[in-house]
Ligand binder design. Sequence first.
Ligand code: DON
Length: 316
Amino acid sequence: MGKANQGDLEIVPSPFLAFLKDLHSKYKSLQEGAVANYIPELAKVNPDLFSICIVTVDGQLYEVGDYEQLFTIQSMSKVFAYGLALEDRGRDYILTKVGVEPTGDAFNAIILDEQSKRPHNPMVNAGAIATTSLIKGSGATERLNRMLDMFRRYIGRDVFVDISVFTSERSTGHRNRAMAHLMLNFGTIDQNIEEALDLYFQQCAVMVNCRDLAVMAATLANRGTNPITGEQAVDSRYIKDILSVMYTCGMYNFAGEWAYKVGIPAKSGVCGGIFAVVPQQMGIAVFSPLLDTRGNSVRGVKVCEELSQHLSLHLF
Ligand code: DON
């Protein structure tokens, strides 16, 4: 295990680490699922990559597998962009633009709430595009820089956008473009939609590794303060908003079963990452690119189910 590069992360040898290693070897041989290919660049990922990381709110780190392997954050970015939009515009205004109801539909469903014409929640693509369009800045560059700085606070190092994944999605993301047009039609988005889509595609193409994700999750578990750097990444007032929508909507049309079986707020991405938050305790991250039909990492779901049972993490 290498030395951590995020400040003073403490790597703890323990029976718990041995448990994570066993979990890793148990599921390493599981070959179910398929890598995402609707964004052409994502299809190039090595399907065997697999890592599990846990960071506690007092800064202990446990990690196994390919935990330094970088990948694009994809839908997991939606959680953090929602926090920034809440800080920028306030809860009441954001609620007029994006709801908080689970859809029971796929992440890329082209649907808006019948009556309000809002997207159902900020975790599905339509809601995330609307959320991102609300991030403040005097132009595209300032908005992107504010977004990147927000990720830096959560992770504890500078982040960058993978340009090939960004351009790959920008040139093929017609479904997302269709949603943006629908929302422009109803006045949910009022700015230049190409600019909103670019920022959304850029936030999805931010590069992270499994350890970063666990630190980000631990920051949410620690009421918005990065447990490694001590920096406030998001206003603690919005932690309950963020974790509530993660809990009810973060796993899309698997959100109910996830809440029932695993019982903690979580978010997945088509890169194969899942991160989960145990409030006041720890952040958990798993990376394995083989996805089920709902776009959730197959090994990621299994690992989180076992961790929840083993550590009694279910909130109820
Ligand atoms: O907009 C998209 O389709 C992707 N950039 C992100 C989707 C995603 O990660 C859904 N997660 N399971």
